[in-house]
Design a binder for this molecule. Structure first.
Ligand code: FES
Length: 348
C-alpha cells in the first residue's frame, strides 16, 4: 500500500512529557525521526539517521544541545549541522542531517515533515480544551496497526457504537439519528446530530453526578479538523448548561498500515475531581482499545484481499467519505495530480 497521507500538514509527533534529555526515536509518515529537548527547553527534531553510516541518532546520547552518534561519535547541533568528528580536525563539507520544524503546544509536540518552506504558511490546529481554564484532560498513546483514514472514518461514523458498545448508549435510544448536516471546508469536515431525550447511561451518571432518572437532550458532533486531528464531542444539555466530554485524537501515520494515536479525553465539569477524569479516561480508553482491535482486523482483511477499497456506502458514511476526499485531494495536490480527479474516485 502506498502512502495516502499528505506531508504538508502539522502532525502530532509526540507528547511533551515524552521528550526529555534522552533522544526519542519514532517513525513518522514513513520517516525515521529523532526528537529531544535541548537544555534551553527547545524541542529539536531531525532525521534519525547519521550522515556517516546510517546509524540511528536516537541510539546515541545528548551532549548539551548536541546529539552524538553512538557509532563513531560524530556530533550534530540543533540545526542538524555536523560540528564534530572525533577522528579528525575538520568536519566534512556539507555534512548534516535534515531537521524538521516543531511547535510545542503542550500536551502535543507538532511536527512538519512536508516541504520546508511551506511550514510557515500553516499553523497546528488549536486544541483549547487541553489548555484553557474550565477544562480537565488526560491522555494515552496507542499504536494501531491500521491506516489512519480507517481511524478517521471509524470515528466520523458513530453508528458503530450499537454493534460495538451498545451498553454505553443512553437507555431507550436504539439507534443514532441521521446526521443533521455535514459541513466541508478546504481541509476540514464536521457534522452534528441531536439525540432524542433519554435517561443517562451508567457512565454518564457516574461521570457527571447528574441524577439518573430525568431525560436529557444530547448533541453528538464530529470534527475532521485536518488529516492529523479528529475531535468528537458528546454534550448532555441541562438547565445548568452543557456537560461536555471530548475525545481528541491525534492520528499520525507511522506507515500506510500503522498509526500513532495520541488520545486525549477532556471534560468541562467537575474539573477539580481527579476521580472523574480517571473514570472518563478509563471508560474511553477501553472503548478505544476495542475500536483499535476491530480496525486492525479490517486492515488485515484489506491487505489479504489486495483490494484496498471495495464496499458499499451508507448514509452514515457521509462525513467519513468527505474526510477521505479532503485527504485524497491534499495528497493529489502534493503529487501534482489534479485534485478533482481524486475527489471523483474517492469513495471507490
Ligand atoms: S554512523 Fe554515526 S558516527 Fe559513524
Amino acid at each position: 500500500m502506498s502512502p495516502n497521507y499528505p506531508y504538508n500538514c502539522w502532525y502530532v509527533g509526540a507528547t511533551s512529557d515524552e521528550i526529555g534529555s534522552q533522544p526519542l526515536g519514532r517513525r513518522l509518515l514513513g520517516r525515521p525521526v529523532v526528537l529531544y529537548r535541548a537544555p534551553s527547553g527547545e524541542v529539536v527534531a531531525m532525521e534519525d539517521r547519521c550522515a556517516h553510516r546510517a546509524y540511528p541518532l536516537s541510539a546515541g546520547r545528548l551532549d548539551g544541545d548536541r546529539i552524538v552518534c553512538g557509532y563513531h561519535g560524530i556530533a550534530y547541533d540543533t540545526q542538524g549541522q555536523c560540528v564534530h568528528v572525533p577522528s579528525q580536525e575538520n568536519v566534512p563539507v556539507g555534512a548534516r542531517v535534515r531537521t524538521y520544524p516543531v511547535i510545542e503546544r503542550a500536551p502535543f509536540v507538532w511536527i512538519w515533515l512536508g516541504q520546508p518552506g511551506a511550514a510557515a504558511l500553516r499553523t497546528p490546529p488549536a486544541t483549547p480544551w487541553l489548555v484553557e481554564p474550565g477544562w480537565a484532560s488526560q491522555g494515552e498513546m496507542l499504536h494501531v496497526e491500521a491506516n489512519y483514514l480507517l481511524l478517521h472514518e471509524h470515528y466520523l461514523d458513530l453508528t458503530n457504537v450499537y454493534a460495538m458498545h451498545a451498553a454505553n448508549m443512553p437507555p431507550g435510544i436504539d439507534r443514532l439519528p441521521s446526521l443533521d448536516e455535514v459541513e466541508v471546508s478546504e481541509m476540514s469536515v464536521s457534522y452534528t446530530r441531536a439525540l432524542p431525550p433519554a435517561p443517562l447511561a451508567d457512565w454518564e451518571a457516574e461521570a457527571t453526578g447528574l441524577p439518573h432518572g430525568p431525560e436529557y437532550h444530547r448533541r453528538e458532533q464530529g470534527f475532521f479538523v485536518s488529516p492529523a486531528l479528529h475531535v468528537q464531542k458528546w454534550a448532555i444539555d441541562t438547565d445548568a448548561g452543557a456537560f461536555e466530554q471530548l475525545r481528541i485524537h491525534g492520528f499520525t501515520p507511522e506507515s500506510p498500515t500503522m498509526t500513532h494515536v495520541f488520545l486525549r479525553i477532556a471534560h468541562n465539569y467537575q474539573t477539580d475531581r481527579a476521580l472523574v477524569s480517571a473514570h472518563l479516561r478509563h471508560f474511553f480508553l477501553d472503548m478505544t482499545r476495542r475500536d483499535a482491535a476491530l480496525l486492525e482486523v479490517v486492515q488485515r482483511q484489506l491487505a489479504e484481499d489486495g483490494e484496498p477499497r471495495r464496499g458499499i456506502n451508507v448514509k452514515a458514511d457521509r462525513a467519513g467519505l468527505r474526510a477521505r476526499r479532503v485527504a485524497q485531494a491534499m495528497v493529489a495536490e502534493e503529487s501534482g495530480r489534479p485534485a478533482l480527479r481524486a475527489v471523483a474516485t474517492a469513495g471507490g
